[in-house]
Ligand binder design. Structure first.
Ligand code: CIR
Length: 255
């Protein structure tokens, strides 16, 4: 169960965020409204939400998931692989210090790079996507930190999408939403796979929060499949974040 969630308001500079989507520029006012709905949905799941102010210096800074990995035993401040995002970590450190003692805050160090979107938690085991943003050195550093705290991790290479969780969402109870290049990876064979069709690929990025699943709006096949598993669902429109390659998981740190 999660007690806390950290989110960060989008800034006007979100229009300059890194994007490969080809869907046009985000509408800032709509992005703000969608963010407020996202926060409301999280609160309905019984978590306490810490909302950080917008930071105009960093266009992608609302995607707060990427700057930290928060486990039940310790926190990791990442070293984002995207050069424009590296210094986003400076603002998150004092926030993480409010929740974790100083001796339980660890750091990914250069030449290691790692972004939280590449990390999927399954109990005390963590899947680490090696991507354009997270390199093997960063993955090895995280695995050795996990082992220090009695947990474990393994690396999963990916090449076609941004982050591991762009294409995978663990919904607890062994249920895994899975899409695209991960379908043929035997690493995930032990899960109950809920296959996301190609045309709904963006819908593979959902979040489980205390038994409820938050889903992006506009992905009916994914929604039906998640509902069929018995989860209560809250649909949240993330259209403006999709324009800068972001989704539901990217917008929060849940711990
Ligand atoms: C980026 O490219 O870094 C942002 N425009 C999107 C980050 C999405 N984060 C995530 O999937 N965890």
């Amino acid at each position: 169960m999660f007690q806390n969630v950290i989110v960060k308001k989008p800034c006007r500079a979100i229009v300059d965020g890194i994007s490969t989507a080809g869907l046009g520029l985000p509408d800032y006012e709509l992005a703000l409204k969608q963010h407020a709905c996202y926060v409301e949905a999280l609160k309905k799941c019984g978590v306490s939400v810490t909302e950080l102010p917008a930071d105009e210096a960093f266009p992608d800074s609302c995607f707060v998931e990427d700057v930290a990995v928060l486990t039940r035993k310790f926190a990791v401040i990442t070293n984002p692989g995207a050069p424009s995002r590296k210094r986003e970590v400076e603002a998150i450190i004092p926030v993480i210090e409010k929740f974790y003692p100083a001796d339980r805050i660890e750091f990914i160090k250069a030449p290691g790079t790692l972004e939280g979107g590449d990390i999927m938690m399954v109990g005390d085991h963590f899947y680490i996507g090696t991507s354009a943003r997270t390199n093997k050195e960063g993955g090895l550093q995280l695995i050795s930190l996990l082992e220090k705290y009695g947990m474990s991790g393994e690396m999963v290479p990916l090449s076609e999408i941004l982050h591991l969780k762009t294409g995978l969402s663990y919904l607890e109870d062994n249920n895994l939403l899975i899409s695209g290049e991960f379908l043929k990876n035997p690493v995930f064979d032990k899960f109950n796979k809920i296959v996301v069709p190609e045309e709904e690929a963006y819908g593979a990025n959902c979040i489980w929060v205390n038994g409820t699943v938050l889903l992006p709006a506009g992905f009916p096949t994914v929604q039906k499949a998640v509902e069929a598993l018995g989860y209560p669902v809250i649909v949240v429109d993330t259209s403006e974040y999709r324009k800068v390659d972001g989704g539901l998981s990217c917008l929060s740190l849940r711990f």
